[in-house]
Design a protein around this ligand. Sequence first.
Ligand code: TRP
Ligand code: SF4
Length: 401
Amino acid sequence: MFETRVLSGMRPTGSLHLGHYHGVLKNWARLQSEYPCLYFVADWHALTTDYDAPAEVEQNTADMVIDWLAAGIDPQQATLFIQSQIPEHAELHLLLSMIVPLGWLERVPTYKDQQEKLSGKDLTTYGFLGYPLLQSADILMYRARYVPVGEDQVPHVEFTREVARRFNHLYGREPGFEDKAKAAVKKMGSKKARLFNGLRTRFLEHGEQGALDQARAMLDEQQNLSRGDRERLYGHLEGGGKKILAEPEALLTGASRMVGLDGQKMSKSYGNSIALREEPSAVEKKIRTMPTDPARVKRSDPGNPEKCPVWSLHQVYSDDARRQWVTEGCTTAGIGCLDCKQPVIDAVQAELAPMRERALVYLEDPTLVKNIIAEGNEKARKLAAETMREVREAMGLAHGQ
Ligand code: TRP
Ligand code: SF4
């Protein structure tokens, strides 16, 4: 249970671009070798806004998984699954909805923001209001410790922490909790039990954070505890009840906002993106026709890289020496804009070539992707079943099972 698990999801928006790669996928790929990671397609979340385009959601899901794989997400390391294939997410969402005040949902900043932004669409739906709570169910289901997300999603993770706290507060106080917790401490063996109790006192009476950390580490290492006992001890340690649901932390995906071809944030809807599976000729054309510093009308006019979107791409793709070459060449009109763009073109091509190749393998044999997802779904379902057993029991729904 208290394994340091990472979980993140992405709405299936169609084929991914360099912004997704530098902003999200590179980070996912790094994390997969450090922690057990779960990455999933949030197709239900897509339906909260695109409920009128189900065919697109399905196609986009297939395309997106191929892009993940192409970008280096490794199914041997990470678990890849599709949200709607794990119906437990819907069950947990429903159960959590019993305890979440409407005001909490109405106050989530993305609620009003998105309604205004997508004003052409009726988003006064029940499902859209519940968007963050569905996300909480996604996260809490796997007791994820870290949730790598962009800044816009941080309020959703904070919201999830509050939901977990409320849940544990309401349902963690089982009858006879104190006695059960004390019995669980004994199971650690007398020496460890004494140490544990000492650390607990130091935390509860003197607020020593180090003591809390140390005691938690003891629990993480203790092999012979059942899941229920572990939850009790985690809660007991802090003077509360059972911690059935674990509070997650957002893991901010560095602020690497990849700029698009026009200098704005790269986004498919702005038409300024380069897709991960873009053809080499299209990559070349897109970069060659990118706008540059408007002051450089003629080749002989000096320019200012700060006013040029190509410069932002050099920040991503060039080392100091080459950036020096750009600054010098641009401000003295020593190089032309096409000269300046060529190394960027080469770097993007070099980055995308292996992705295109990997994608091709999956495109030629769709059963490969199918199998990867089937396996991931299977693993996710097992974890979900465990959590739901506890949640149902806590909420009086075990019915003797
Ligand atoms: N809401 C997220 C987004 O738009 C996608 C998402 C759904 C998610 N469930 C999640 C992200 C759980 C992290 C964890 O990007
Ligand atoms: Fe932009 Fe490079 Fe042209 Fe300068 S030389 S304006 S940095 S493309």
